[in-house]
Write a protein that binds this ligand. Sequence first.
Ligand code: ADP
Ligand code: MG
Length: 430
Amino acid sequence: MSAVWEKCLENLKSSLPLQDFSLWIKPLKVKETSTTISIFAPNKSVKDHIQSKLRDAILNSISQINPKLEVLISTEKTRGRPPTQSDLYPDYTFDNLVLGDANQMAYSATMQIAKSLSESPYNPFIIYGGSGLGKTHLMQAAGHLVRSKNPEKKVIYLPLMDFVRNITNSIRHNKIEEIKEYYQSADLLLVDDIHLIGGKEKSQEEFFHIFNFLFNTKKQIIFTCDQEPNRITTIEGRLRTRFSQGLNLKLSPPELEMRAAILLKKSQSKKINLPISNDIALHIAGHISSNVRDLEGALLKLKAYCDFTGIAGNLVTKDIVEKALGDIIKPQIFKIDINDIQRQTAKHYAVTVSDLSSKSRKQHNVLARQMAIYITHELTGLSTVKIGNNFGNRDHTTVLHAIKKINTDMASSEDLRNDYEVIKLKLANL
Ligand code: ADP
Ligand code: MG
C-alpha cells in the first residue's frame, strides 16, 4: 500500500465517523507516484459519494502529509471482469471428500487432471450424475488443488447461470468481447451445471467460441452435468460433439458403507461437530439413500436436536435419532423375500447361496448359514419347519439351534452385531 495513503487512512479513521470510514474509505484502491496520488472507487456511485461528501476530508488529510501531491479520484477499470462471479467454496477440497465405488473413477481422473494441468489427455472432462452426488465438490477440489500447487495458474469457477447472466448483461453494454476474453484467460475453467445452457442459444454460441479457444490453446475445461451431456437435445449439435470428444464419467449414488463414512466424516467437521458412533452412522445411512445432500440435511437436523436438548454426540442412540429425524427415518414396512435374505447374507460373508443350504461344516459357512436363518426367522414370519426346508431340508431343531446360537453370540460380539445390522440395512435398501 502507498505510504502516504497509509498515513492518510490513520488520520481519516480517527477524524471520520467509523461507518463512513469503513464503508467508503477503506475499500478504495490507491496508486501513488512522486507527484500524484490516484484514488480508485469500485464503481460510479461510490465515486460520486466520495466526491460530494468525503473529498474535502481526504484532500485535507493528504495535504497535511504532503501538500505537493496532486489528488485524482476516479473509478476502477474492471478489466473485463464479469459482474457476476462466483468462487470456490472453501470446504470443497479433496481432503473433505469420502471415496468409494460411487466416485472412485471420477475422483482419480479429477486428481490426475489437477496434478498435471495442461498435460492431461482428458480434455474436456465431464462429471455427470444426479443432484447432490458431489459433482460440484469434486470439480472444485480440482480447482483448490491447482491453486495451491500452481498459484500462477488461473482457475475460474463458472456456474452456468453466472455465464448466462453475464452474457445477457454484456450484450446490453456492448462488452461481450471483454467477457469472453476474461473466460478465455483461464488455465482451468470449471463450468458447473452445463445442462442449464440447453435452449439458451446466444449463450451456446458464445460459449462455443470460448470452448474452442481454450481447447485449442490446451487449457483444461471441466464440466458438470445432471445427465450424459450428449443426450441433451436442447444443446446444439456442434457443442454436444465437443462434449463427447472428452472423457465423460458418471457419479453414482454412494452405497451404504460410503454413506455411513460420509456421515461420520461430516459429523466430525467443524461445522457439525457431533461425533456420532459407527452404529448410528450406519443406522441413518440405512434410511437415507437418495443423495449426499439429504444425508447432510439429516445430520444438521440431528445436530439441532442434540444442541437444543443438550445431548452429546457420543450419547446419541437410535431412539434419539428417531426422535430427531422423525419422518425422515421412520421404520420402513417392507416385505422380505427369503431369496433376498440368502443372497444378501451370502454376499456379505462372501460365500455362495448354495453354501447356505449345503452340508458343509466349514466354520465360515456355518456362521453365514446361521445368520441367514436368524434373519429369515426375524423378518419373514415363516415357521421353523419351513425355514429348515429352505436351508437344505434341515430339521426344525437345527433351525432353533441356529437362532439361539446367533442370539447368544451377538450379545458378546460386536462384529456379529455389525454383520447383522449391515445385512438388514442392505435388505431395507433393496
Ligand atoms: P452436486 O453438485 O452433484 O449436486 P454437491 O457437489 O453440491 O452435489 O454435493 C452435495 C453435498 O454433498 C456437498 O455438501 C458435498 O460436500 C457433499 N458430498 C458429496 N459427495 C461427497 C463425498 N464423496 N464425500 C464428502 N462429501 C460429499
Ligand atoms: Mg452442483
